[in-house]
Structures are given as C-alpha cells and as structure tokens.
Design a protein around this ligand. Structure first.
Ligand code: AMP
Length: 514
C-alpha cells in the first residue's frame, strides 16, 4: 500500500489524538487581531475554513497563494490550510522591500497576496489579482466555516510551498518543496530531536524561512504546543520560556547570542535563567563559535544542537547533537565536538567533490527552482545536490563547513546575494566599480561590506550610498560598511578577485565564513 505523504498528516493526527490541547498561543501583540490560544480541533477547523475560502475565490489546485507575514498563528495555519488543499503557499520574507516582494509575487504567479498589517503601507504598491490585509479583512474572505472544502486528491509529489531564497543569482530563486520533501524532513528532524507530545516550541525562527525548518510540522504531529513570537528580543524569549514552559527553540546564532546576553543580565541581577535542563536549542545558518556553544551549556543549562542544511534541502541534512561518547568530556571539549555541522541526518548521504564542495543526496532535496530549469540542472546533477558550501568530512563522518564556494554572505542567519547588492549599488550614477563581500562580525556573523570606486570628483559618502541601497533592498542586505577605493583587485581577464579583497578582513580567523 502506498498512501500519499502530505502536510495534512501532521495536523490530522493532532486533531484526532489531541483535539482539546492548546495547539498555538498566538503572539498577543499581533497588529492583526491575535488569535489568542486555540486548540487543535479549532486550528484544524480554521485550516479547513481557509481551504473553503480559497475554493470560493476560485483558486485552483497548484495555484499560488503568497503571504508576507511576521510569525503568526495565521501563517502557521496557512501552512496546512493552503498546502493541505493542494494549493502552493509562497511565504515571503517580511524584511523585503516592495520591489523585492513584487518580483516574488510576479515570478511565482501568485493569484492572491496576504499582507501583514504592519507592512501594508510599505507594500501598498505591490499589486496582485487579490490582495488582502491579514486580520479581520483576510479572515472575512478566507475563513469560510459554513462549507466543507472540496477534497484534494492528495499527491505527495505536488509542491507544498515555494520558498524564495537569495543565492548565487541577482534575483532570489523559488525553491519548490514537495509534500514528500517536507514530510520526510519533518519526521527525520522530529526523530533526531526526540520531539514528543510534551514539547512546547517557541517560534523564534521566521516561519517563512524554509517553513521554520519544518520543525513546526513535527511538533504539530506530536500534539506539541506552538508559542508564537513576533520580534526577536533576548529578554522576551526568556520571559516566554519561563511563562510557557518552552522546551524547544530553533534559530540562527544571532538568536542564541541575544539569549546569552539577556541571561548574563539576569544572572548579574542574581536571578535564575529559565529553562535549565529543559530547553534544547537548535542552531544553524552559520557555524557558531565554540565559546558560544560552551556558554549555552554552562550559563543557560540548555542543550545545544547544531544542524546544517539549506532551503533547497528542506533543510535538514546534517545534525550534531550530544552523544554518549561526548558525555564525559569537559564543557569546552564537548563544545568543540558540537561546533562541527554534524553527521548526516537519517536517510542522507553526504560527500565532498574534488573542489571541496559539499554535496548531499536525500529525499529532502527540493523538486527544483520554480521555472528555472537551468539553475535546477546546475544544482542537482550526478545524483547529488551541490550546496555551494566548501568543507570537509572528518573520519567520524562529521561534516565541517569552512568555506563558501558561492558568492553569498550570511548575515544574522539570512542569505544575502553579493551580486544582488552589487546590482543595487551600481544603480547609483557615481559608482563605477563595486565589490560586495562579507567580513567577520561578532553580532551578525558576517557584515555586508561594499568596496566602491566612484567617478572622479564625486562627493558620494558612506551614508549617501547606504541610503541609496535602502531604497532598493531589504535593510539586512544593505551594506553596513562602505570603503572607497581607487581600484579593485582584478584578474588579467578583468574578473574581480574577491578572495584577495576579503583577505585582509579574514586574516585573523581560521575559516573563511562566520
Ligand atoms: P538558507 O537556504 O537561507 O537556509 O541558507 C543555507 C546556507 O546557510 C548554507 O548553504 C550554508 O552556507 C549556511 N549554513 C546553514 N547551516 C550552517 C551551519 N551549521 N554551518 C555553516 N553554515 C551553515
């Protein structure tokens, strides 16, 4: 027997086994009216109502529904209501500016666009066939409680979501994740983390980012509780850990740094850090320093887990979690073991090619880039997905990421395409040459830095150039630092020598990424 694996399995089980449990505690401070606390019966009812609403709007199976939203119970529910009825959810990064969102809406061919009320003004000029502000307006159209949705003939190979991610091209690419991809990622990830019905999961990870790494599906299947948080703040995270009894958190190293800073203040005030011996925090996006890992164990008393993956791999491909062999090590030695990206997750094969590029083969690897067959062929070839990351595999099969083959900067856990930033800076009439590189930074991992040559006599300064970039790009992609140069290092054929330009900034570090 073969039964299609779809996202509906996760919510269906929660509704069946744990109907009266609190499913989600929405952010109380939503600019749209908060959903408060709802149980799994109600969450499943709302997911079906959303599907019925899409039926009424005539949105067909396979058609795209775009949503630009901070974390919310509505976005969590849409991951089931939209995808689970055969439509494709396109969750869009809420930090993007209008031009970037417009590109994604148009490229994905979305027929409907749902917008966070806080972003309504900023995105006023982004058009779509049907545009709804999330909250009372979207609920009135989409929450059709009085009709049963048209049943979807479940297909595990259908696309569940398209997640746009910045990479090696000037424009973001749409990663098509199938129901099968997200199902296998969620069950594997949930198994590795030992997710159970006792878990309380705090959504510190943006839900748009690879569907919150798929952990939200795994937690739902087990009937765990979701706690939504909209803005990242160390003290607020700790407050909710205490108030809600949080057991599980995922995030970029910047989230962990914010928690460590807030916890240090609590400790200095003689207060206890909540969650000791209870919370496990999963970190990815960049390799965290060993010291940070050690502090997580010593100062927070939380379990540190590292994973590695990409949106294209749904994302889990390696995991590094404490194991029996590391139990007797000192916290520092254990932290060193945990500072590697990890061993292959169950069902994944990892390899390194002759150029040192990390490759992965797994059922979690995407279907392809939406309407970009050439980019897909370049990424998935010879039976492996080519990650664009450089590294090695240790004798014990643990993967170490040490370099990046692709021209991508990772700042605060989000990918920034150097080419995209260079394109934007070039649009300034005084700029004749530009190279955008990442330089190491304690807070953000890497800092977007622009090296610029201007036209003779130009009085363009750092502030002016950053202001120009802000009109075209999301804030996190804009250079935080600009250096004006007389010329930029190039090869004989005129190609920018980025490694040479990066060298002076990275000379104190052993690896080439942060
Ligand atoms: P994204 O598709 O936005 O999730 O970004 C994926 C990229 O983040 C990867 O290609 C890596 O460059 C980086 N990354 C993710 N996890 C790790 C990790 N544990 N260590 C080093 N780099 C990582």
């Amino acid at each position: 027997m073969k039964v299609a694996l779809t996202v509906n399995d996760f919510l269906r089980r929660a509704e069946l086994v744990y109907p009266d449990r609190v499913a989600v505690v929405d952010e109380p401070d939503q600019p749209a009216e908060s959903w408060g606390s709802i149980d799994y019966r109600e969450m499943a009812r709302r997911a079906r109502a959303m599907a019925a609403g899409l039926d009424e709007l005539g949105i067909g199976v396979g058609e795209r529904v775009a949503m630009v939203s901070h974390n919310s119970a509505r976005l969590l529910t849409a991951l089931f209501g939209v995808s689970g009825s055969g439509r494709v959810l396109v969750p869009i990064n809420f930090r993007l500016v209008a031009a970037e969102v417009r590109y994604i809406v148009e490229h994905s061919g979305a027929r409907i666009l749902l917008v966070d009320p806080e972003l309504a003004d900023a995105l006023a000029d982004v058009d779509c066939e049907r545009k709804l502000i999330i909250g009372a307006e979207s609920d009135a159209v989409l929450m059709k409680f009085d009709t049963e949705p048209v049943p979807w003939e479940a297909d595990e190979d259908a696309t569940a979501t398209i997640n746009y991610t910045s990479g090696t091209t000037a424009r973001p690419k749409g990663v098509q994740l199938t129901h099968r991809n997200v199902w296998i990622n969620a069950t594997t990830f949930g198994w590795h983390m030992g997710v159970s019905d006792r878990d309380v999961y705090l959504h510190t990870l943006p839900q748009f980012h690879c569907n919150g790494w798929g952990m939200l599906y795994a937690v739902s299947a087990m009937g765990g509780r979701h706690v939504i948080i909209r803005k990242i703040d160390g003290h607020e995270i700790l407050r909710r850990v205490e108030e809600q009894g949080v057991t599980l958190i995922c995030g970029a190293p910047a989230v962990l740094n914010a928690v460590l800073d807030a916890a240090a203040e609590l400790t200095a005030d003689g207060k206890e850090v909540p969650g000791r011996d209870r919370v496990r925090i999963v970190v990815a996006g960049a390799p965290p320093p060993t010291k940070t890992i050690e502090r997580t164990e010593v100062e927070l008393g939380w379990e540190f887990v590292q994973i590695y993956g990409l949106t294209e791999t749904a994302p889990l491909i390696t995991i590094n979690r404490n194991r029996e062999e590391f139990d007797d090590l000192s916290p520092f030695d254990r932290a060193q073991k945990l500072s590697r990206a990890g061993a292959p997750s169950f069902g994944t094969t990892m390899a390194v090619d002759d150029e040192g590029e990390i490759l992965a083969r797994s059922n979690t690897v995407m279907e392809g880039y939406w309407e970009q067959p050439e980019q897909t062929e370049a990424a998935i070839r010879d039976g492996f997905f080519h990650t664009g990351d450089g590294g090695t595999i240790d004798d014990d099969q643990y993967v170490v990421i040490s370099d990046r083959k692709k021209d991508v900067i990772i700042s605060g856990g989000e990918n920034v395409s150097s080419i995209e930033v260079e394109d934007a800076i070039f649009q300034h009439p005084d700029v004749t040459e530009v190279a955008v590189i990442g330089i190491p930074d304690e807070k953000w991992g890497e800092l977007v830095t622009a090296l610029v040559v201007t036209t003779p006599g130009s009085d363009l300064n750092e502030a002016g150039l950053i202001a120009h970039a802000k009109g075209l790009l999301a804030g996190y992609k804009c250079p935080k630092r600009v250096e004006f140069r007389d010329e930029l290092a190039r090869t004989a054929t005129g190609k920018l020598q980025k490694f040479k330009l990066r060298e002076p900034f990275w000379s104190d570090t052993t690896r080439q990424i942060n």
